[in-house]
Ligand binder design. Sequence first.
Ligand code: ATP
Ligand code: LTN
Length: 332
Amino acid sequence: MNDKKLIFSGIQPTGTFTLGNYLGAVRNWGPLQDEYNCIYCVVDMHAITVRQDPAKLRRNTLDSYALLMACGIDVEKSILFIQSHVKTHAELNWILCCNTQFGELSRMTQFKDKSKRHPDDINAGLFTYPSLMAADILAYNADLVPVGADQKQHLELARNIAQRFNQRYGDFFTVPEPYIPEKGARIMSLQEPAKKMSKSDDNPNAVILILDDKDTIIRKFKRAVTDSEAEVVYRDGKDGINNLMTIYSTITGKDYAAIESEFAGKGYGDFKLAVGEAVADHLEPVRTEFARLSQDKSYLKECCAAGAEKALRYSQRIVSKVYHKVGFVDKG
Ligand code: ATP
Ligand code: LTN
């Protein structure tokens, strides 16, 4: 490759992407392609840390791949692949698991949250999820990882794992930096604005899916939980309105002051409608492109195969060196 810095990021195929996934992560991935070497991954191995229906997971994985393309990832510029297609992730995961502490994993808030949500299936994969995420990143020696704010803790752990490995075996891994957007890094649920918007929320009204049609998007925004005042201002304690203002600001590029004056003297109804329309119009091209791409399954599969081959070639070199460093006998 060239001397540009390397970006790596991943998204779970646990359903259609939400507006949170889009604004916090995926929307930023496309524009990075010109300045960096980019590697993006649909992390199906992470998805099975919670129970998945196999047929649905298969469908969601290919759909997620197509959605990433529809959101602007160009398979000619970036490497785009499915995690389970590239065996180096699982191989490096084991070694990194042996360099991750039980105590570190126990402190992960995502593990605590998901254990609470699935008390009957607190499996070892859910616990070691962050080691696999570190393997995804370190298998390419990525410099930067663009994610939403909720992934900051996992990334800190990936950095610690890299540093620990480097101390034990000699400097080898690049210690990756998080790349978190200033605005949109934490989009909240429309129904419980103190909670993050999440793909796996059971309440469909809490979540805008990026493939929702215009009427659905507007309806969901109209029902968004706000407060009993009637002032469109960004202020502590107004979680619902703050969230809508963040969404509107991220989509339109207007700052909070401009939004406040645009809606001065108007009610929440007008504001919610404006947010809904702006979001729906912004997402329209993504929906159209997804519909086009998802009709051509054989093209998608070709892209997946080509992406996996490139990812394997790249990561194999790094993981072979790791095997040697930890003392595994070379195959010769
Ligand atoms: P799940 O509900 O299945 O755990 P999720 O919606 O949290 O999934 P992930 O696949 O875990 O989504 O995350 C993909 C990317 O989207 C990550 O970079 C994550 O930080 C980002 N992201 C997820 N939710 C939000 C949100 N509400 N606001 C901003 N970014 C988000
Ligand atoms: N844990 C991430 C998904 C993920 C990821 C990664 C993100 C898996 N591997 C590597 C960045 C880099 C999440 O979004 N929940």
